[in-house]
Design a protein around this ligand. Structure first.
Ligand SMILES: CCCCCCCC/C=C\CCCCCCCC(=O)OC[C@H](COP(=O)(O)O[C@@H]1[C@H](O)[C@H](OP(=O)(O)O)[C@@H](O)[C@H](O)[C@H]1O)OC(=O)CCCCCCC/C=C\CCCCCCCC
Ligand SMILES: Nc1ccn([C@@H]2O[C@H](COP(=O)(O)O)[C@@H](O)[C@H]2O)c(=O)n1
Ligand SMILES: [Mg+2]
Ligand SMILES: [Mg+2]
Length: 206
């Protein structure tokens, strides 16, 4: 289901992303520059706005810059220049951006004395990192791990909707979103570990 959502959403975004990617390449901008700029933008939105309680502005800025994650890969593919370093940089910057988002949310909730929300945000931070780590480790061992109900896009969307609603005055929306996200992130870690276990069993039996 998550995969169907991602594929459909991505296909929908392609028409918007491709002309921008072409224009940036023509202007001499590199995919790596877009990767780094997108991350800096997320940091500004999360730490400069979200952490200080400007949730609507923070969510909107993070959304705009998080979406540039679709641009860098498109630019790399268009220029025939997908690189191993680019793939490494993209994934590493995703972890920096995600940490900033959940760190900012935890910080803001702490200033509001919402310690249940802080706990949920910290679980999301740790579990989200684990979701990605399990995949990276599996791929490093030559296996695949492209599964799970709460991949990065879903995680950002859930915290984004929660942050936006709370910013617009819906009390507890962010806290509820964070507890939901904590649960689905932990479930995703389990899904990915089970997937790797089955592959390792098959490989071991060969
Ligand atoms: C403002 C919030 C209100 C909500 C409105 C949101 C409107 C957003 C508009 C449209 C959504 C479109 C969704 C686009 C769907 C893109 C589908 C897709 O394919 O995404 C994948 C794409 C590329 O991923 P990568 O391959 O580059 O990255 C991989 C990923 O990191 C893996 O991680 P893992 O899943 O394993 O954890 C790694 O394992 C892998 O190595 C790596 O390669 O990437 C994206 O992730 C793009 C995400 C864009 C989604 C943006 C939505 C943002 C919504 C809200 C964010 C707001 C945050 C709120 C902050 C609150 C502050 C108070
Ligand atoms: N600076 C970059 C960023 C990405 N790539 C390549 O694109 C793939 C990811 O594509 P997305 O559309 O999901 O961002 C990545 O695995 C790399 O192959 C790149 O070369 N340089
Ligand atoms: Mg990308
Ligand atoms: Mg990325």
């Amino acid at each position: 289901m998550a995969k169907i959502f991602q594929v459909t959403a991505r296909a929908g975004m392609t028409r918007v992303v491709e002309p921008i990617a072409r224009a940036l390449l023509r202007a001499g901008v590199s995919p790596n520059a877009v990767t780094v700029t997108g991350t800096v933008g997320v940091l500004v939105g999360a730490l400069g706005f979200g952490a200080r309680g400007h949730l609507v502005a923070g969510a909107l800025i993070v959304t705009v810059f998080a979406l540039t994650d679709l641009l860098d890969g498109t630019m790399a593919r268009m220029s025939g220049g997908s690189t191993r370093f680019g793939a490494f940089l993209d994934s590493s910057m995703d972890r920096v951006a995600d940490s900033a988002v959940f760190g900012a949310v935890a910080y803001w909730l702490a200033t509001e004395h919402d310690y249940s929300g802080v706990a949920a945000a910290l679980i999301c931070l740790a579990a989200g990192g684990l979701v990605s780590y399990v995949k990276a480790r599996a791929e490093g061992l030559g296996m695949t791990c492209n599964v799970g109900i709460a991949e990065r896009t879903e995680r950002l969307l859930i915290v984004g909707v929660g942050g936006l609603l709370t910013g617009l005055g819906v009390r507890h929306a962010l806290e509820i979103a964070l507890w939901l996200l904590a649960a689905v992130s932990i479930f995703t870690v389990g899904q990915r570990m089970a997937h790797v276990y089955r592959q390792a069993q098959r490989v071991g039996a060969e």
